[in-house]
Design a protein around this ligand. Structure first.
Ligand code: UD2
Length: 350
């Protein structure tokens, strides 16, 4: 009887020890996998920070107390347009935001907005109107630093700028191919951010010079990565978008893929995001060149490929880049920025 009892105790003890070991091994595995994940995340952020060292910008949206503004609604609003993308980024249309509220929030943040504009060769003729109208409509009341890139620095017009706004002129070589002028912008933007802007501005917008501002372009446009819907294709099926369609190009977008067709003439966001965009598009463009390929719409094609994979956190409606020759569609209640009518044969070098 005593022998039986001892055997039972031994069996129970062995089972308990085995179960304990099993439990410990599972626990250890879970612990290990957490540790691995944690390490992966840390490694990821280490790569990000070595790539770019912008001090973190405060993204909190703090409103002044007791601000009086119209009650917002989640059942009434624009019903004629889509105001959010399938990845839940806002699409900014007139009537979707309160400019007074936004300005009250963002003016407290003391932010600086940089804007780049290229005026190479005869395109210098567009700069005066661009700058003058930006004083009336582009981030009025904010600190704005314009960077003009031109091969004709002596022809940069004198434009009165409000306090807190300034203009820096940088020389770039001219070119006898407009495609190269347009495409090299990514490289120059990348270098500008690396050399000068990392700690000097919070957001950046890169804009075409042959355009004028006609309406407010302000804090509603701020976001991490901001794309503008091209006015020429926003009602079309994506099979009609002029994406680069040759698989050999790094800008390739396959049939049945892509979200929207975005403009090369206006994009922006946080400095860090635009730096990554410019760096990636430049590299993809240069790799294409080595293979003897130039994407259908130069950097616009690479930008479209980039934005398809790296979804913009805010999408600006075609109000933010219209074209003067296009009659206004009913859903476009205001034109904020628009390309002027130009005679390509007279102004382009080729
Ligand atoms: C479209 C895009 C443009 C660019 C181009 C593709 C819009 C509204 N425009 O415009 O951004 O993606 O397709 O290459 O999305 N430039 C000069 N000197 C020149 C030529 C160009 O300074 O001789 C600069 C200038 O800032 C101009 C920009 O490059 O605004 C784009 O060139 P464009 O306006 O001739 O290109 P476009 O109208 O085909």
């Amino acid at each position: 009887m005593a022998v039986l009892h001892t055997k039972a105790v031994t069996v129970i003890l062995s089972v308990t020890v085995l179960l304990g070991l099993l439990y410990l091994s599972q626990y250890y595995r879970i612990y290990l996998s957490f540790e691995e994940k944690w390490k992966t995340v840390e490694a990821g952020s280490a790569i990000e920070t070595t790539k770019f060292s912008q001090p973190g910008i405060d993204l909190h949206l703090v409103s002044p107390e007791h601000l009086k503004y119209n009650q917002p609604s989640i059942v009434h609003g624009r019903a004629d347009v889509v105001t959010v993308t399938p990845w839940l980024a806002p699409v900014v249309w007139e009537g979707t935001f309160n400019s007074f509220l936004l300005d009250s929030i963002y003016k407290r943040k003391n932010i600086t907005i940089a804007a780049t504009v290229f005026a190479v060769g005869k395109y210098i003729m567009f700069l005066k109107d661009f700058l003058q109208t930006s004083e009336e409509h582009f981030f009025v009341g904010f600190r704005v630093d314009f960077y003009v890139f031109t091969d004709r620095p002596n022809e940069v017009p004198k434009v009165n700028m409000a306090a807190g706004r300034k203009l820096t002129v940088r020389s770039v070589p001219s070119s006898n191919r407009w495609q190269e002028i347009s495409a090299r912008r990514m490289e120059i933007i990348q270098n500008l951010i690396e050399e000068k802007l990392q700690n000097r501005a919070d957001y950046i917008f890169c804009l075409d010079v042959d355009s004028k501002f006609h309406g407010r372009w302000g804090a509603e446009s701020l976001g991490e990565l901001v794309a503008v819907i091209h006015p020429g294709y926003y009602r079309d099926d994506r099979s009609k978008f002029p994406y680069e369609r040759r698989p050999a190009s790094n800008a390739y977008v396959a049939p049945g893929e892509g979200d929207f067709y975005y403009c090369g003439g206006a994009f922006g966001g946080l400095m860090q995001e635009v730096h990554l965009l410019a760096k990636t598009c430049r590299k993809n463009f240069e790799d294409d060149t080595k293979k003897g390929i130039e994407a259908a719409w130069q950097e616009e094609s690479h930008l479209n490929r980039y934005m398809w994979i790296n979804k913009p956190s805010k999408v600006l409606s075609p109000e933010y880049l219209w074209q003067d020759f296009k009659p206004k569609n009913p859903e476009v209640q205001i034109i904020r920025f628009s390309g002027v009518i130009k005679n390509y044969a007279n102004i382009r070098p080729n």
